[in-house]
Design a protein around this ligand. Sequence first.
Ligand code: ADP
Ligand code: MG
Length: 728
Amino acid sequence: MSKIRFDALTESHKRTPITIEEKGKRSELFAKNVFNDEKMLQYLSREAYKKVKDAIFSGKKIDRKIADQVAEGMKAWALSMGATHYTHWFQPLTGATAEKHDAFFDLLPDGRAMEKFGGSQLVQQEPDASSFPSGGIRNTFEARGYTAWDPTSPAFIYKTTLCIPTIFVAYTGEALDNKAPLLRALHAVDEAATAVAQYFDKNVRKVYATLGWEQEYFLLDKALAKSRPDLLMTGRTLVGNAAAKDQQLDDHYFGVIHSRVLSFMSDLEKQCTQLGIPVKTRHNEVAPNQFELAPVYEEANLSVDHNLLLMDLMEEIGDKHGFVVLFHEKPFAGLNGSGKHNNWSLATDTGVNLLSPGSTPMKNLQFLTFFVNTIKAVDTYEELLRSSIASAGNDHRLGANEAPPAILSIFVGKQLASVLDELEGVSQGKLSPEEKTELKLNVVGKIPEILLDNTDRNRTSPFAFTGNKFEMRGVGSQMNCAKPMTVLNTIVAKQLTDFKKEVDALIDKKNLKKDEAVFNVLREYIKTSKRIRFDGDGYSVDWEKEAKKRKLSNNKNTPDALRVLATKEVVKLFGDMGVMSEVELNAHREVELGAYVFHIQIEGRVLGEMVNNYVVPAVVKYQNQLLQNVQGFKEVYGAGHKKLVGPQLDILQKMTRHLDEVKKQTDAMIEARKKANALTDITKKAEAYCNEVRPFFESIRYHVDRLERLVADEHWPFTKYRELLFVK
Ligand code: ADP
Ligand code: MG
C-alpha cells in the first residue's frame, strides 16, 4: 500500500474523541465576546451610545468625536477581555474573510509604552489591497483600497483579537467586497418595503431583511483527507470508485451522531455561542459523514457575517479534533452534495414578519402584498437570481445530476395557490361593497395563520414558500450568502418600488381606495407571474421541457449563468437601486469568471498529476507483478501455461485498455488547457475551460475508477471512498 495511505489509516485509527465540558447554560455564554448593546451601555457614554444606535437605525455617519469615544469604550472592553490586537475584518471577493492584525500596543515619543486605539483606527484602515481580486477596478498604480467600519455588525473578540466588521472599497469608492453591495441592497429593500408596509401600518419606520442559513458540510479524518492530492488541493475528490455501501440504506440521515463528531460539534457550538452566533440545530445529513448546522435567523447582514465566521471557526476547531471540514458542493461523486439553504423574509421594526399570514384580513392583505411582490420579483429576474449562486463547485449540483435544478421556480403550496387563483378574478377598478366583503371574508380572511403546506413542502423546489418565509435552496455550501442576498433584496426592492408607484397612481388618478388599488395591482401581478410557479417535481425531465416552453432560463454552468450580468436591464436595475455601478458590476462578474477559470484550471492540473504521477506508476507496478507471474508459469509449464493464466491475461488486457484511455484523455485535456490559457478575454477563457477542458474530467475519471477496481488494493495510491467515508 502507498506509504501515505497506510500511515493515514494508521493515524486515523488511533484517534479518540476530545472531551468537551458543558458547564452552565448556553444562554449565559451567549455573546460573551461581542461588543453588543449590553456592553455598549456599559462602556459608552449616553451620547455615544445614542449616536451609534441612531447610525445603526438610519445609516447616518458617525462623526469623529463620537468615533473616538466609541473606540475608547471598545478598547477598554477589549483589554478587559484580554485582547492584545485589533483587526478590520472584511470580505474581499476571494469569497473568504480577510484580516490584518495590529497591536493595541504603541510607543509614545518619550519611550513609554501604552495601549492605543482611536476613532481613526476604528473607522478606517488601509490594508495593502493590491493582492485582492478587483476585476480591473484597481490599476496597479492606484492599488490602494480601504476598509471602513460597519457599525450594524458588532465587533467581537476572537482569541486575543478585537475584530471589527468592515466593508472594503477602492480609493475611488467602488466596492471590492461582498459586504458593501449587500448593505446597499438591504438599504434599498428597507426603503421600498417600509413605504409599502406603511399602507398597512403607519408606525413602521424600518424593514429588515432576515436570513437563516442552514450549513451543510462533510467531516473527514484529517490524515485521510490530507493523504489525497485532490482533497488537499481542490476540496473534492476528482477520482474514486464508489464504496460498496454509501447512502442507499439511509442509515446516516438523522442517525446517532458519532462521539468524535459530537465533541467537535459541542466545541464549535460553545465558541459560536460566545461569539453571538445563535446556533440551534445539528444533525446528520443524508451522505455518510455529512452534517448540517443551523442557527436562529437574524438580520441578513449580521447573519452573513456569522456564517462566514462560522466557516472559519469550523475549519479551526475541526483541525483540533482531527477533522478536515469539506465545504465543497460536491466532494464525492454518487453521494449527495452540500448546499446552504437561505431562509429569507422581511420584518418590520414593530416586530412583524411581513411574510407571515396574520389573524385579520388586513394583516393578510399585507402578507399577500409582500408574498405576491416577491413572486413577481423572482419571475422578472429569475435569470439574475440564478446567476447569484453560480460557481464551479455549485455547477455540480445545479443542473447536473442533483437537486435543485438550475431552473428557478417557486413553490407556494395548494392553499396559497387557490388564494392566488381567487384573487385573479378580482374586478378591474372599483370594487362593489359585496365583492369587498367577499374578498375580505372568504379569500383574504381565510388564509390560515398556520399554513398546512408548511409541513407538506416540496423538496425539489429551488425557491419554496415555507409558511412564513421563502427558502432559497440552490445556494452552494461554500458560498458567501451575501451574493444571493444582495440580488434577492435588490430585486424585491425594485419590485416593491414599482408596486408602490402603481398603487399610488390608481389612488391618485383613478380615485380608488387603498385596498382596491392594492387588489387591482396584485391581480395583474398574479396573472403575469404565473410561469414562475411550479409545484411539481423539479428534478423531472418533463419540467425541463415545460420550463423551456415557459421561457424560463436553464443555465447549467457558470459562464452561461453569469452572462445575464452584462445585460442592459441588469446594469440599470443595480444602478437604479443604488446597489452597484456598472463598473462594479463588471468587476464582480470578471472576478467570478476568473475564479471559475482558476478552479477548473487547478482541478485540471491536479488531475493530470494524479494520473501521471500516481495512477500510471501504480498500474505499471501491478502489470509487472502479473507479467512476472505469467512468465513464471511459462517457465514451469512451457507451452501449456496459456491455459493456466487466463485471468491474469484478462486483467492485464483490461488494465492496458483503460490505461491507454486515461493517458490519451489526460494528454488531450492538457492540450485543451494550453489553448484555453492562451485566450485573453475572460469570458471566452471561462467558456473554453467549461466546454473544452472540464468535459475531460468525467471521462478520465471513468477509466481511473475502472482501474481502481482492477489494481491490487496494496498498490492503489489513493485513500479509498470506503476509508474516507466510513473510518470513524
Ligand atoms: P425547518 O425548515 O428545518 O423545518 P424552520 O422552519 O424552523 O425549520 O427553520 C429553518 C430555518 O429557517 C432556520 O435556520 C431558521 O432560523 C430559519 N427561519 C425561520 N424563520 C425565519 C424568518 N422569518 N426569516 C429568515 N429565516 C427564518
Ligand atoms: Mg437541510
